[in-house]
Design a binder for this molecule. Structure first.
Ligand code: ATP
Ligand code: MG
Length: 555
């Protein structure tokens, strides 16, 4: 690779290019290290695009590593979903994925090494005592009474920990650093704690588990990760990351921090997402309202749109919150290019063309995708009785209403000009039928004399159409910041109880025949066929509306 030609698009790339030019690294290795304790979300997608993207750009590799160091919350269901999501985004991770649990033996040996160097000790303070002894930002900590045990005693105690001779909470292994360090992370942090639960991969082999701080640098070092990219909260942990690797004298990866993604109207913590699932605020991890990758996929997001989003938000050093509408902008751009056009009526009302022959049908043509000629055209059946949107009719219009109203002419998309001549109401006064006359000389939706109409509406044939269920989604939270709550409340207080509205509409017969999954229902929005569709019953998730609120705001 010719390093001179490389151009950095962010500060991490600058570091990498520098390291390649200086010869510090011949090639780079990054990693994406999820803990398998939940499904991946859009924030993880940012990290995936960044880490795998760097490896692609600089011709290196990116490891997928499961940071499975806490058996209580982890599960193979999560491992499988994570692999599936990363693959779906379009990234691959070489021959095999890595697991922190594969390094438990090595890490144990390294811990013993630190004990032998007098750099770690077994401590029996209770968790509350530990907290008290740790001090605060303004006050130094107090040394544990167990801090100055002999190396022999520590080795023996650590062995006992490993052999299950202590109960949970009775002993931990701590690094012996500095209880008065201004950085609290350096005040003799915990390296191992006792957890007596079954691990999804190692079973009951271990009852001591490494802390994140101890484990992460070790994992990076073992894998030869050159650039270990994590979110900003870990900036204060970097001295500890470096300290452990320096004490061991092993390969030293470089930790680099970047700002995590936050999105308006969205929670991103796995603990909160789990709560939404467990307490059934949503139908599961892949509920189309969830910010999980599986939720976005089911909603109709594409890998391309998510990558474009990651590209647009970029990588920075300061935390901020991105507007949800930017994500919507990215999917709209992508779907505009790929979505099959089709007509669906959300809230059908009958329209009868009184001058059209009874028992007659004709086939009209419609373009499948104006952005992609190769998609061709399809046939749509047209006859005397149609369905149109209830909302496209007004008995008494306001001046800006250009759709169906008595006396006015409109275009039926792909079909004919029709003029509204009347309507019928039921006993309660609801309009139930609209009567129109069509202009036979306007076939295809264009009049022969060049006269113009202001409104174009969509429709489906009353007989040649099918029932469709439309799942109309809105933000899951009513507030831009779902965590904005009064004391004593939690984020579930801000759940939007109208975030899912079901509509029973009518769609073109074409929907039954096609294998396409992404649609633009004309004038209605972008939709994805849902996997719940079966036995001829079609269900569609609304991916995003047609209007661009992001650009409207002048961004
Ligand atoms: P939790 O929500 O429980 O704190 P986590 O989101 O940090 O967990 P991990 O499985 O530890 O979950 O994350 C894997 C990787 O994804 C980490 O490198 C982390 O930095 C990155 N990551 C997680 N959330 C975001 C986010 N919102 N934006 C960017 N990267 C993220
Ligand atoms: Mg984490």
């Amino acid at each position: 690779m010719n390093y001179e030609d490389l151009k950095a698009t962010n500060f991490i790339e600058e570091i990498i290019i520098e390291d390649l030019k200086s010869g510090k690294h011949k090639s780079i290795c990054t990693r994406f290290p999820p803990e398998p304790n939940g499904y991946l979300h859009i924030g993880h997608a940012k990290s995936i695009c960044l880490n795998f993207g760097l490896a692609e750009k600089f011709g290196g590799r990116c490891n997928l590593r499961f940071d499975d160091t806490n058996p209580e919350k982890e599960d193979t269901e999560y491992v499988e979903s994570i692999k599936n999501d990363v693959r779906w985004l379009g990234f691959s991770w070489g021959e095999k994925e890595f697991y922190a649990s594969d390094y438990f033996e090595k890490m144990y040996e390294w811990a013993v090494e630190l004990i032998k160097k007098g750099k770690a000790y077994v401590c029996h303070l209770s968790p509350e005592e530990m907290r008290k002894y740790r001090g605060t930002l303004n006050e130094p900590g107090i040394e544990s009474p167990y801090r100055n045990r002999s190396v022999e005693e520590n080795l023996l105690m650590f062995e006992k920990m490993k052999n299950g001779e202590f109960e949970e909470g009775e002993a931990v292994l701590r690094a012996k650093i500095d209880m008065s360090s201004p950085n609290i992370n350096m005040r003799d942090p915990v390296m191992y704690r006792i957890i007596k639960s079954n691990h999804h991969r190692t079973g009951d082999k271990w009852c001591i588990y490494p802390s994140y701080d101890w484990a992460h640098g070790n994992e990076d070092s073992i894998e030869g990760v050159t650039h270990s990219i994590c979110t900003l909260e870990f900036e204060d942990h970097r001295p500890l990351y470096d300290w452990f690797l320096d004490q061991l004298g092993v390969y030293h990866s470089r930790q680099i921090e970047f700002a995590r993604l936050n999105l308006t109207y969205t929670v991103m913590s796995k603990r909160k997402l789990l709560k939404l699932v467990q307490e059934k605020y949503v139908s599961g991890w892949d509920d189309p309202r969830m910010p999980t990758i599986s939720g976005l996929r089911r909603r109709g997001y594409t890998p391309e749109s998510i990558k474009a989003f990651a590209e647009k938000i970029g990588v920075s050093k300061s935390n901020s919150t991105v507007e949800y509408s930017l994500l919507e902008y990215c999917i709209r751009e992508d779907l505009n290019k790929r979505a099959q056009r089709c007509m669906v009526v959300l809230d059908p009302i009958k329209l009868i063309i009184t001058n059209y022959p009874e028992n007659h049908i004709e086939y009209l043509e419609a373009i499948n995708n104006p952005e992609d000629e190769s998609k061709g055209k399809r046939k749509i059946i047209f006859s005397r009785e149609l369905f149109v949107e209830r909302d496209d009719f007004r008995e008494v219009p306001d001046p800006n209403f250009f759709r169906l109203t008595p006396g006015k002419e409109v275009r039926l998309q792909h079909a004919y000009y029709v003029t509204c001549k009347g309507f019928k109401k039921d006993d309660e006064g609801n309009v139930i039928e609209i009567y129109c006359e069509y202009d036979p000389d306007s076939r295809g939706g264009w009049s022969s004399d060049g006269r113009k109409v202001k409104g174009t509406i969509h429709w489906v044939d009353a007989k040649a159409s099918i029932d469709v269920e439309l799942r109309m989604y809105d933000h899951l939270f009513t507030k831009e910041n779902p965590d904005d709550v009064e004391e004593g409340e939690d984020f579930t207080k801000n759940i939007n109880t109208n975030s899912l509205v079901l509509k029973n509409g009518k769609g073109e017969l074409f929907l039954l025949e096609t294998d396409e999954v992404h649609f633009q229902f004309l004038r209605v929005g972008y939709f994805k066929k849902d996997e719940d569709s079966k036995d001829g019953k079609l269900i569609f998730n609304k991916t995003v509306g047609l209007k661009d609120s992001y650009n409207k705001k002048g961004k």
